[in-house]
Design a protein around this ligand. Structure first.
Ligand code: FAD
Length: 283
C-alpha cells in the first residue's frame, strides 16, 4: 500500500516547537507510515531529539522514529541513547555516521556505520533504517565504494535505506539499478526535498553533493519571468517528481518537511492520489 513518511527536526525555541507541533498535527492526516526526528550534528541536540520524539509520538499517535548519529559521541553516550530509546518503546531508528568531528582529532566510537548498526542490534533488536546517496556521498572515494558501504550496512542488519534528496528521478532510478546489480536488496526509499527557498536549497545541495539540474534552475528562472510565485514553481516541480515516482512503482516516499506544512502536503497528496488513480486504472 502506498505510504509516506515525514522528517522533522527539533524546535530550537518555544515558538519553533509550537510550529512543529502544528505541522505534525496537520501532516498526521496523511497517516504516515512513520515520522522521524533528526539528531543534531555531534549529538548537540540529543536531549532535544529524545524529548521531541516522545512528544510527537504522544501528541500525534504516528509511529515516531529517532535518528541517531555516532560522530562526535563516545561509545557510552551512543549506547545510553540507544538504551533510552528502547526503554521508551521506540524500536525503530535511523542510524547514521553524522558529519565527522573525529577527523579533527577525536576518535570515532565505531569503525564505520556498519559496525554501528551491528552494535545497536547486538544491544536491542531495533528496526534500523540507514542513509544512501544516489549521487554518491561527497566524501566517498567512488560510487562503487559508496555502494560497498551501503551493502555493508545491509549485511550488518539494516532493513531499509532512505536516500539523500535528488531532483532528477533518472539519477535515482539509475542508482537503484546499480544498487540491485551490486547485491543490495533492501528497500530504497526516495528522499524528497520541497524547495522553500531556491538560493538556500542550492547552497545545501552543494554541501550534500546533490545536483540542481538545469530543468530546476530553468523552472525558477522561467517561472519568475512568467509571474509565478516560488511556491507555485516548487509545487509544480514536486508534483511532477512524486507523480513520476508513483508511476514507476515506488510505494513510499520520505519527505524532508523542514518542519513546514506547505509543499510537504503537496508532495504527500500528489503521491497518494497518483497511487489511488493507478489502482483504479488497474481495477
Ligand atoms: P556512512 O554510511 O558511514 O557513509 C556513507 C558514505 O559517506 C560512504 O561512501 C562513506 O565512505 C562516506 N563518508 C561519510 N563520512 C565520511 C568520512 N568522514 N570519511 C570518509 N568517508 C565518509 N546528519 C545528522 O547529523 N543528523 C541526522 O539526523 C541526519 N539524518 C540524515 C538522514 C538521511 C536520510 C540522510 C541521507 C542523511 C542524514 N544526515 C544526518 C547526514 C549524514 O549524517 C551525513 O550524510 C554523513 O556524512 C554520512 O552519514 P551515513 O550514515 O550515510 O554515512
Amino acid at each position: 500500500m502506498a505510504n509516506v513518511s515525514f522528517e522533522y527536526f527539533p524546535g530550537r525555541s518555544g515558538e519553533a516547537t509550537n510550529l512543529l507541533q502544528e505541522t505534525v498535527a496537520v501532516l498526521s492526516a496523511y497517516q504516515p507510515e512513520f515520522q522521524s526526528v533528526t539528531f543534531g550534528a555531534q549529538g548537540s541536540e540529543k536531549n532535544a531529539t529524545f524529548d521531541t520524539v516522545q512528544a510527537l509520538a504522544r501528541s500525534s499517535g504516528v509511529p515516531t522514529v529517532s535518528h541517531l548519529t555516532y560522530s562526535g559521541l563516545d561509545r557510552g553516550q551512543v549506547d545510553a541513547f540507544a538504551d533510552a530509546l528502547w526503554e521508551a518503546g521506540l524500536k525503530k531508528l535511523v542510524a547514521l555516521r553524522g558529519d565527522a568531528s573525529f577527523q579533527n582529532g577525536g576518535s570515532p566510537a565505531f569503525r564505520d556505520t556498519a559496525e554501528f548498526v551491528r552494535s545497536l542490534l547486538e544491544a536491542h533488536p531495533f528496526d534500523i533504517t540507514v542513509a544512501c546517496y544516489p549521487e554518491t556521498h561527497p566524501l566517498s572515494e567512488s560510487s562503487e565504494a559508496d555502494l560497498e558501504v551501503l551493502k555493508a550496512k545491509q549485511e550488518a542488519g539494516a532493513s531499509a535505506a532512505i536516500t539523500q534528496f535528488f531532483f532528477d528521478n533518472s539519477v535515482f532510478y539509475d542508482f537503484v539499478e546499480r544498487a540491485r546489480a551490486f547485491g543490495i536488496t533492501l528497500p530504497i526509499i526516495p528522499g524528497i526535498l520541497p524547495i522553500h527557498n531556491f538560493p538556500k536549497m542550492c547552497k545545501m545541495a552543494g554541501k550534500c553533493g546533490a545536483t540542481v539540474p538545469e530543468f530546476v534552475k530553468n523552472a525558477f528562472a522561467d517561472g519568475h519571468c512568467a509571474g509565478s510565485t516560488p511556491y507555485e514553481i516548487s509545487a509544480e516541480l514536486l508534483k511532477a517528481q512524486v507523480h513520476d515516482l508513483a508511476c514507476a512503482g515506488y510505494e513510499t516516499i520520505h519527505i524532508y518537511t523542514l518542519n513546514r506544512v506547505p509543499l510537504a502536503d503537496v508532495a504527500a497528496e500528489t503521491f497518494l492520489d497518483a497511487h489511488k488513480d493507478l489502482t483504479r486504472a488497474v481495477a
